[in-house]
Write a protein that binds this ligand. Structure first.
Ligand code: GDP
Ligand code: MG
Length: 183
């Protein structure tokens, strides 16, 4: 049975979930589009940093009508992720700013995760931080009440090193890494 930890990417449409999936898996498997809700399926892919491996899930927009199904869909994503994942990457968009959906999703993640036996840790990923000024603006997202916040640019690769080390910090150590250290 594979021991590879499952990491789920959740967040509202257009924040850059698929771009992040592609960056971490080094593929173009996930469809990236500037129209909200364009990803119809969930995508699975192995992402590696050295010997460290995760199974990444890109939970896309299931919503047929983004206008009125938006919150329910993102909430469903979050609830699925809580059940299935060992770690959740909750992605928000620095350029769009903090939205009510972000607040609602954060509340779902905080509340449901505290009730769940597995209790997967949540990393708040502030995406589209393409420059230093963007990181200053991102401070507003501390208000979502999540302990672990990282500013990244999925498109440009900014913050990827910190992201990998924070992911590794929140998952069990992998035996492959230990073995290579012993040799
Ligand atoms: P998803 O709906 O959450 O999967 O978002 P996508 O990955 O499809 O990206 C939505 C849009 O945001 C696309 O036009 C991307 O090119 C753009 N995007 C994604 N990441 C970044 C980033 O780091 N910086 C900027 N400026 N744009 C980004
Ligand atoms: Mg997508």
């Amino acid at each position: 049975e594979p021991m590879i930890p499952v990491v789920a990417i959740v967040g509202r449409p257009n924040v850059g979930k698929s771009t992040l999936f592609n960056r971490l898996t080094r593929t173009r498997q996930a469809l990236v589009d500037d129209r909200p809700g364009v990803t119809r399926d969930r995508h699975y892919g192995v992402a590696r940093d050295g010997d460290f491996e995760i199974l990444l899930i890109d939970t896309g927009g299931f919503e047929p009508d983004p206008d009125d199904k938006l919150f329910i869909s993102v909430r469903e994503q979050a609830e699925l992720a809580i059940q299935e994942a060992d770690l959740i990457l909750f992605v928000v968009d620095q350029q769009a700013g903090r939205t009510p959906t972000d607040d609602q999703t954060a509340a779902v993640l905080r509340k449901a995760a505290s009730k769940n036996e597995k209790n997967p840790p949540v990393l708040l990923i502030v995406n589209k931080c393409d420059n230093d000024q963007a990181e200053v603006n991102a401070a507003d997202f501390w208000g979502l009440g999540l302990d672990n916040m990282l500013c990244i640019s999925a498109e440009h690769g900014r913050g990827a090193f910190d992201l990998w080390s924070t992911i590794a910090d929140h998952l069990p150590e992998q035996t492959g890494v230990e073995e290579s250290e012993d040799e």
